[in-house]
Ligand binder design. Sequence first.
Ligand code: LMR
Length: 397
Amino acid sequence: MYQHVEFYPGDPILSLVEVYNNDARPGKVNLSIGIYFDDEGKMPVLQSVRQAEVKRAAKPRTSPYLPMEGLAAYREAVQHLLFGKDHAAVKEKRIATIQTLGGSGALKIGADFIHRWFPEAKAYVSGPTWENHKSIFEGAGFEVGTYPYYDPATIGVKFDEMVAFFETLPPNSVLILHPCCQNPTGVDMTEAQWDKVLDVIQARGLIAFMDIAYQGFGEDLDSDAYAIRKAADMSLPLFVSNSFSKNLSLYGERVGGLSVVCPTQEEAELVFGQLKFTVRRIYSSPATHGAYIAADVMNTPEWFALWQSEVYGMRDRIRAMRQRLYEVLSAKIPDKDFSYFIKQRGMFSYTGLTEAQVTRLREEFGVYLLASGRMCVAGLNPSNVEYVADAFAGVLK
Ligand code: LMR
C-alpha cells in the first residue's frame, strides 16, 4: 500500500537535535537549533511571562475555541509591536492581522493566500536562508528561486548583485526577506540598503514578505522593525510573519502572527476574510494559552517594560558571547580575522566552517553546528565558550 511513499531524510535542523539528544558525551554543546539558552545553559522562563501566567492561573478558566483569526488583544499587540501603535496603517485599519501557529504557521497561511490570489507569482528566498522557507513555499505550490544575498568573500551582503537581480523580476514576484538577524548568516542590511531595496520593490511592483523571528535581538525592538515600518510607510504590498518563540521564550506555545498591509481598509477586510478561511480549512483556529500570555505581557505596561528589559538582557548576553569567542579565537589564531563574529547580529553566525570541519567538530568534540556552518551563538555560555573556541581552533588549524 505505501511502498511508493518517498523516504523522508529528516529536517536538517530538527534531525540534528535528535542526534545531539542521543549523544551520551557529558561535554557536548548544542549550537544547532535556534533556541536561546542562558548563562547556565538553560532555556529561561521570563519573569514577565511568569507573572502573567501566575495571574491567569489564579482563576479557573474554561478553554473555548478562539475565533479563526485568533485573540483580538493578541492581534492588536502584534500590530503595535511590528508597526508602532501610532502608525497610519494601524490607525486606518489597513492591516489584516491573524494569530498563527508560530512564524511557520504565518508563512504557510501567507504563502497559501498569495498562491491562491496570485497564482502566477514565483517566490524568491535569500541565498542562503532558513531551510523551511523554501519547503513552506514549495508546499504551498510555489516555484521557489533564490536571490543573491550572502557574500562569503566579504562576510557581507552581495548588495549590488541582489538589487540587479530584483530588477529583473516580474511584478508580484514574492521576496522573502529577513528584517533583522538574518537566519542563517547573522549578516543584515543597513537602513540605507533597505531604503534602496524597498525603492526597487516599489518600482517593480514586487511583494515583500518579511519574516521576523528575532525582534529585539539585533538592535532594539523598534530599530529591528525598520524595514517593516518603512515598507508600510511606502504602502508597499507587504506580508509580515512574526514569532514570539524566541523573544518570549515560548517556543512550544506556537505564538506567531501574520499581518498583511493593504492599500485600503476595504481591501484589508477582504484579505482578512480569506486569511480566516485559509485557517479554517487547515486547522480551524489557533490555541489559547500562549496568546493570552503574550497579549497580557504586551498590553500591561509594567509587564511590557519588564519584558523589554529581559529581551535586551538576552541580546546583550549573545553579544557578550560573540565578543568572548572572538577574543579567545583571535588569541589562539592571531593571523586570522574573526571580527565577523562581533559584526554579525542576532542568534546566528555563519562561521565559514566547511561541512567537513563541522563533522569533525561534532565527532571529535561533541560540538553541534548545522552542516552549513551556522552556529547558534545563544547556545554559548561562560562554561563552554573556551571549549568551543578550542574545538574551532582544532579544526581550523
Ligand atoms: C532555527 O532556525 O533553528 C529555528 O528557527 C528553529 C527551527 O524551527 O528551525
